[in-house]
Design a binder for this molecule. Structure first.
Ligand SMILES: [Zn+2]
Length: 440
């Protein structure tokens, strides 16, 4: 089947017959990055250089899983990757603007030319580790993260305090692996992620065994582990008391900002800057109309697939996730005003878009055993605009909404029990698409 990239900007368009008549759940994880500038090749201009692990008898890798989109690196991110905040501020105040702009761009140019022909290195399959390898390939092509791994000051960013379980070791091992993946300019090279996997096993023992795992779950664990390892907050703070009454009186925009600052007071890292956004949830009492509003950070959005439809679009899935849901029966929620459980509506919207947006298509269903939905989902390669969708961005959303372009997909094919993960990624410097498949 269509084992290469979608030809038309649609993912997995075509027949679902390769899945067979039985259900197999696959989770489609899509990761998009917020782009400030549109970049990337037109879909028709990509090449298909396939790393070595792909073999002719590989299982069908229908394009049905995760996408990662990458934003163009903002100059600020480069600066951050280069120096710490203090240095930037000092430089700004000294009005040495020329060197401030010049130095980072020189850094980027030299790194870009160094990495221009790298990154086409395969990862050895250590036995059912395709879920890990597909995520690693997507992250390897996440430009701001890649540049962070090559930052000369990375060592000094490592957090060995009590706010990190791994004391910087996971990030160090991750960066070592990424550097190895980018050091060869041969497109047929291969490296083993075993050392990295050993550290993952220490951090999250559930990924120790050689079993099929969910790549979305793995991605979330990994990013949080990496975040802890470079968290700038080195002291566990006592939780601040929230004055709910006072906050309710505040303008929503200020409340969101306060909530975000509270989050940054415990979790503040380069990884947060790249991947974390803020979600607003509104719980409204159907009886008295009282609204309880909360703001929470999110690392990815797990969007549901429309039921009873054989095809849909990514935008429709996002819309569905953000649509009002009624909570009734056992799900009734406590209304702060009525002081009793009431029928309520719940609604999500985005308060703050992340730089890199990770979207996960919820193909796996836990009901009636583990099953997979085979609904075909069309998704845009470029120009995913959240502000074109109804009620997806919060009313108090600030600033221009980002335009996202796709740069990576972690794709699951097969059934929940015998599936296989591959990755399709857009090279951050050549803008060509490549498929990574460690099937053997
Ligand atoms: Zn009420």
């Amino acid at each position: 089947m269509n084992r290469n990239l979608p030809q038309t900007g649609a993912i997995g368009k075509g027949s679902t017959s390769s899945y067979g008549p039985t259900v197999g759940t696959v989770t489609n994880q899509i990761q998009y990055g917020s782009m400030n500038i549109a970049h990337g090749a037109h879909p028709s201009s990509r090449s298909h250089q396939i790393p070595p692990e792909r073999t002719l008898n590989s299982r069908p890798s229908k394009f049905d899983r995760v996408e990662v989109t990458s934003p163009v690196l903002r100059r600020n991110s480069v600066q951050r990757a280069l120096t710490d905040n203090t240095t930037i501020r000092t430089r700004l105040s000294s009005q040495d603007r020329t060197s401030l702009v010049y130095y980072p761009s020189a850094f980027v140019i030299s790194i870009e030319s160094k990495l221009m022909h790298g990154g086409l290195t395969g990862l050895a399959n250590l036995g059912n580790t395709c879920f890990m390898n597909s995520v690693l390939q997507c992250l390897s092509n996440t430009k701001p993260l890649l540049l962070f791994c090559f930052d000369d000051n990375l060592e000094s960013s490592l957090n060995s305090s009590t706010t990190s379980v791994m004391k910087g070791v996971l990030m160090k091992e991750f960066a070592t692996l990424i550097r190895r993946m980018w050091s060869s300019t041969e497109s047929r090279s291969i490296v083993s992620p075993s050392q990295f996997k050993n550290q993952i096993a220490r951090f999250a023992p559930r990924f120790t065994g050689y079993y099929e795992q969910d790549s979305q779950e793995f991605l979330r664990y990994l990013l949080q582990g990496l975040h802890e390892d470079v968290n700038r907050v080195k002291k566990k703070s006592t939780p601040t008391k929230i004055d709910e009454k006072a906050e309710e009186q505040m303008h929503e925009k200020n409340r969101a900002k306060l909530s975000w600052d509270r989050y940054l007071s415990t979790d503040n890292s380069m990884i947060v800057e790249i991947f974390v956004g803020q979600l607003k949830s509104t719980l409204e009492c159907c009886y008295c109309g009282y609204q309880s509003i909360t703001f929470d950070p999110f690392w990815d959005l797990s969007v549901p697939l429309p039921r009873n439809k054989s095809t849909s679009t990514l935008q429709q899935c996002i819309q569905l996730f953000m649509s009002k849901e009624e909570l009734d029966g056992n799900e009734k929620a406590m209304c702060a005003k009525c002081k009793q459980k009431r029928r309520c509506t719940k609604k999500f919207s985005i308060q703050k878009c992340p730089e890199i947006l990770v979207l996960h298509l919820k193909r796996f269903s836990q009901s009636r055993g583990r099953t997979k939905l085979n609904t075909m989902i069309d998704f845009p390669i470029t120009d995913l605009r959240l502000n074109d969708l109804t009620d997806v961005l919060s009313e108090s959303y600030e600033g221009p909404a980002p335009v996202y372009s796709l740069f990576g997909v972690s794709n699951h094919s097969g059934t929940p029990y015998t599936g296989h993960y591959t990755a399709a990624c857009k090279h951050p410097f050549q803008s060509k698409w490549h498929e990574f498949n460690d099937s053997r």
